[in-house]
Design a protein around this ligand. Sequence first.
Ligand code: KIV
Length: 275
Amino acid sequence: MNKRVTVPDIVAAKGKRKLTMLTAYDFPTARWVDRSGMDMVLVGDSLAMVVLGHEDTLAVGMEEMIHHTKAVSRAVQRALVIGDMPFLSYQASIEQAVLNAGRFLKEAHAQAVKLEGGTRVLPQVSAMVAAGIPVQGHLGLTPQSAAQLGGFKVQGKTAEAAKILIEDAQELAAAGCFSIVLEAIPAAIAARITEAVPVPTIGIGAGRECDGQVLVIHDVLGLFDRFVPKFVKQYARLSATIEEALTCYRQEVETGAFPGPEHTFTFDAKETDKL
Ligand code: KIV
């Protein structure tokens, strides 16, 4: 087994090599992601949409996130496992934020947590870092605030909005975030943010100047076909492959072609006489 990726490894990679991150929500998927050599595995609250079929990410809570993070941690041997803090698990109070973040490390064996937001979550970030919990920030299109942002829209499109994003990123880094996800931000602004902070930026729809990239695994594998965001590249179309395989199975059962002799246990002929 290769050496486990650590938080200091992620920070040290800035400016030296591109970082890779992908989501996973269960044991077999997490094994594939880990074996592919990914630096970080995010148990994202995108779970709500791509696994549980909700319209947005708000529906998942701590229990579901802990349950799925446990499964991912059981599978991952090398990558850094990051648990995504769900809606209302950190916004209401600093104490609750630290206790919930701690559950990801203590019960679910993640090595870090991620939370969404800029200035307004700085007290939570500082308190978590003070408690020894590594925190990844998330700026730009923060899906938990989609209602406030007016939908799933590109952020930082005006100079004023872009300046706020740059300041937010600097404040998150100063509060102790070890890296910052930048979602749906014009590439030029993500590049400015990347230059402005001492920690790695991990882009999703934020251009190639970020220090690393993250995508949702269901998008990468073509497993989620409700919609495909502009920033997604599908490296496979597994939905179609899976549907073909399942249709073939159904047809073979209906026609009697499955199970064949090779899938069948035989009963000793001598024993048959005694029946
Ligand atoms: O929940 C998630 O999967 C995420 C990534 C898109 C960064 O937050």
